[in-house]
Design a protein around this ligand. Sequence first.
Ligand code: HAM
Length: 429
Amino acid sequence: MVQALQAVRGMRDVLPEEARRWRQVEITLEQILLSFAYEEIQVPLLEFTELFSRGVGEATDIVEKEMYTLADRDGESITLRPEGTAGCVRALQQHGLLFNQTQRVFYRGPMFRYERPQKGRYRQFYQIGAEVFGLPGPESDAELLQLCHQFWRALGIDSLTELELNSMGSASCRSAYRAALVDYLTPLRAQLDEDSQRRLASNPLRILDSKSAATQDLLSQAPQLSDYLDDESRRHFDELCSLLTDIGIGFKLNERLVRGLDYYTNTVFEWTTTALGSQGPICGGGRYDGLVELLGGKPTAGAGFGLGLDRVALLYEQVLAEEPADRPVDVYCCVMSSAQQAFTMQLAQRLRDELPAYRIRVHAGGGKLKNQLRRADTSGAVWALIIGEEEAAAGTVSVKNLRQTGEQRTVAVAELARLLTTGPGERQQ
Ligand code: HAM
């Protein structure tokens, strides 16, 4: 026998039951994004590698060790996108949609990072992201956070999430702080964990993020990023904090939050949860006022977030524990014999036209009515339609309620849609 193949490690199949939940989450989030007047943008999965090495930063974990990079057939180095911001900037810039304009866009789709897979962390994962361009003030940072806050409320997971907030200041405050941090840590180098020792030369700010307790202890006496903010950065951050308070969004200041991508300036944030074990961050983002210029455009303010759909869907599943997820089938049409096949298919189509929100499945493969009804039951449908010779001739249908009542009655085809929308199990149109 030929050996069956398995999925590539870290590449996950989202099977129908989970995919149904994902769709509910996606639809909810998309409606909120549209209600904030954000517009969708779709960008390719493959970009030139240079976009990410320049945009995300050579010294980040993503670029150093997590990208899926390959040579195209003509020898160009291309990479499966590890995140969405750089591609979004590239696309808007390439099409002349950034200079002297404002943009509010969102995107969604798979991202790829060669990380160690575990629950909530995959090598192909799914993000929904939003980006705002041309708006340098703190009100657009606040709007992005208000959007996220709305997401959690709409999904019923707001009590499971917490917002952590920090400011990294402008590029110049950051480099002054970086120098001070290196001065402080260099004599202590031997006491740092291995990763932090390496980062001391390549990306010292990331040491603030270290998971090692010993390193965190050393950092308690280290210079503080907030002491290096210039007046303008300080004002931006103070205004953001008071705006968030005024619109009722709670947050926790976290001086050590620096994020894993190099493009941030001023605001950085992460929405985290304790309900998913070690995969705490469910959404992260911030301001990146230098990125457009770094990628070859004119100086343009930018800010945004990326939300990890795999993780948000896991959280959503926890609050749904009691409620069944959206049912895959509402109406199951039994076909008594091949003579009624065409009538049944037409009837099903008429119902789909009349009740666009209903999911209508026509039985395939023949068999006894008893077996067809068993299939109808396991499909999760609320109603079974039974269409036999007599019904087809008379233009009627027998409708059996498979859930609450078990009752069966015969109605005229013209009455069917009304019956299905008034009884128990009705679906919102
Ligand atoms: P990020 O923090 O690298 O930011 O990713 C955003 C979110 O994607 C994370 O909070 C997490 O929920 C999810 N995520 C990341 N890696 C994985 C993984 N291996 N498996 C499952 N989920 C994962 C960015 O990507 C930035 N582009 C966000 C942004 C947009 N900043 C400004 N604009």
